[in-house]
Design a protein around this ligand. Sequence first.
Ligand code: PEP
Ligand code: MG
Length: 894
Amino acid sequence: MVRYVYDFADGGRDMADLLGGKGANLAEMTRLGLPVPPGFTVTTEACRAFLATGVEPPGLGREISQHLSALERAAGRRLGRPDDPLLLSVRSGGRFSMPGMMETILDIGLNDACVLGLAKASGDQRFAWDSYRRLIQMFGGTVMGLDGSLFEGVMSDLKRSRGVANDLDLNATDLAELVEAYKDLVRREAGEHFPQSPEEQLHRAVNAVFESWRSERARLYRRREHISDALGTAVTVQTMVFGNLGPDSGSGVAFTRDPATGRPGLYGDYLANAQGEDVVAGIRNTVPLTALKELDTTSYARLCDHLRALEAHYRDLCDIEFTIERGRLWMLQTRVGKRTAEAAFTIAAELTDEDLITPDEGLARVSGHGLARLMFPRFDTSAVGEALVHGLPASPGAAVGAVVFDSAEAVRRADAGEHVILVRQETTPDDLPGMVAAQAVLTSRGGKTSHAAVVARGMGKVCVCGAEELALEAGAHRFTVGDTIIEEGTVISVDGSDGTVYLGAAPMVDSAVMRYFETGTRSAGLVDAVARAMEKADDVRRLEVRANADTPEDAARARRFGAQGVGLCRTEHMFLGERRKLVEAMILARNEAEREEALRALLPLQRQDFTGILQAMDGLPVTIRLIDPPLHEFLPDRTDLAVRVATAEAQGTASDPHDAELLDAVNRMHEENPMLGLRGVRLGLVVPGLVAMQVRAIAEAVVERTRAGGSPKAEIMVPLVGAVEELRIERTEVERVLTEVSKESGITVHCPVGTMIELPRAALTAGRIAQEAEFFSFGTNDLTQTTWGFSRDDVEAAFFSAYLDKGIFTTSPFETIDIAGVGRLVQIAVAEGRAARPGLKIGVCGEHGGDPDSVHFFHTAGLDYVSCSPFRVPIARLEAGRAALPETERSDSR
Ligand code: PEP
Ligand code: MG
């Protein structure tokens, strides 16, 4: 029989799939002997069954009752017992943390009788009634689906009638009255009484948490974080402990290191006389953890011990939530903490130095996505003006945008292409769409562990929080800092690395990490940590990394960034600008002589390009691809031309004969689906002289570089081959020209001739194609287009968001390789190509070559190299290293 419920004492950290991260870690802490309030976890499997059928799976109710009885026995208190009731919290917790996205219900077990018992047992009437009203409010919102503002409205009315501003100024009698008003509200709005049965409360709360997995905001978060909708959430049911029982109570969050910078040393926030939710919500400003030392020395010392024990046990940065109930410390949650990219690299290096982890593990804990973030520019601190305001640096990076004050406006402006900064007093999960849309989030309240900070860090979004001098005027669409008024739409610059906000657009400079890649300048701290991760990756990786580069400058930069050659030089980019005219002349040529003339003019220009690239990559392979796109891409736009000609005719003036001639050519060459038309190898086969000119330019560049004492290693690549016959004919022509140039120059020019594999037919007949190809390079851009039947330019903007919504894919197949489809073709082509030609060199030069997840696939598929844009070369190197780590070392870098 399936088991749906696990006591904390029965689980462990390796059970996160089943118990969720929270449940698994609570179990782990329980096993470590830390003070965890007792409880049990309902599995993700139960959630999946509930979501699939809409009803609780059979047996779950009974299992919960059994575990509850055990809990009651251990606690010496019973749920619903009027004199000293056991109270429970019910929380969500999936495999991956989704901060604030799903529901929590506290104080389950209170009813009209138990509230009196709680008052007596705690000796605090006010606390008891406050707990009861919180339960009705949370239950009403989460389980019954009532609008939270209804409860807030009732509370505001009461405060007004009592003439007080703050919740804390309401006394026990006021709160008892509030409970009655809340119960009325529930009866009126939900059409039922607030349930007095604690068992019913528990049962419905568990189901509501299951349901909250499907909420709009939870789905949005998962889509962004690439978390599968199929996982479901676990539910932890735990004995309540109270941080709001007076000044000797409180709640806090703590990290074993600084999650923003990675610097060692305990770090966190504490709020006296408060429940845990108050800390994370950023409702009141917290004090730093060190202040707890003064307030409660014993609890502080214990907390420090527990934090150290947890970091040593998990061998990683941990974050925890804790509560102190009348001087007694309780651990409510722990997990391996989220961190910024900067902290990830720094912590990996430090934990390696501390011998807590191996260098392999250190590499596993950083990621290409993180590295990409560190390569972005930062503000030029020597050129920025005076700061407008300072807050806490909660998530690093530099962002410039127009100020907006609500989530909807952020989304509206961002959709219109504007960069925006979302400014809020504090954020709530409802602000998620605005946070996604904004470049940065700025709040006036809350610490580094507030909702805004946690969510922004998870997204890699810039965040400054707790900028207390910033006064938001509700509804006025502006904020003030002293005498300065900032209206909506004003451009500001937010530096998430040091917490400074500037008025206007601050100038940017390269990041230190980028400078390191450009110049090799190494400095202590982050740059050193990055350099060490790169060295380790280079040490262990099997995949080579090349770059896609079409100019000597790009090739040189790629080499500085560690590229081991050029995997794709797109020659058509050399026909743009001024040279477009020469291509035009070739297309319009009326006879052989005119065509040769045009090609002759192009030859030295191409030769010069190749010479420069071969020089920049001297000694390393440079794969030059023969022209790929349809020739009409080099002619003027058809509609523009037609309008010009028609306008001239309508005005009775003779149209420019050149325009008419061009229009004629454009019409002749027009294609409905150019992507599937006369391009790639097909061009070479039907346009006389074009390939010969390109090959001659390559061969002559090789001769020039050889004569100059260099070591040019050009490779010639034929695009869009679908049949071996195409390649055979093209290759004969290539070799004819290579022999010709060798004879003329007296220098033997040998260039391996290979092909791109970018059509399904090429992949499926790779064994045959390999007979003619000395190397393969997967063009996964075209291979994705032709495998899915997607025209990238047409489909991405048109309906990919709907496909992502519907879960047809979790990432665009143009970003991360579609392993099941396109990946399978890759695997077939690798196997059959190598069977026909053992040792066949195989790479990839589509954009997937620089995508972290895809790099792992290419490693596993047995490719020799990946090729990507120069800026992604370090990312590919790092991920190629991570991919080569033994399975056991690999960690989830999410
Ligand atoms: C490809 O198709 O993946 C490729 C590299 O070629 P292009 O993007 O130039 O079509
Ligand atoms: Mg292509």
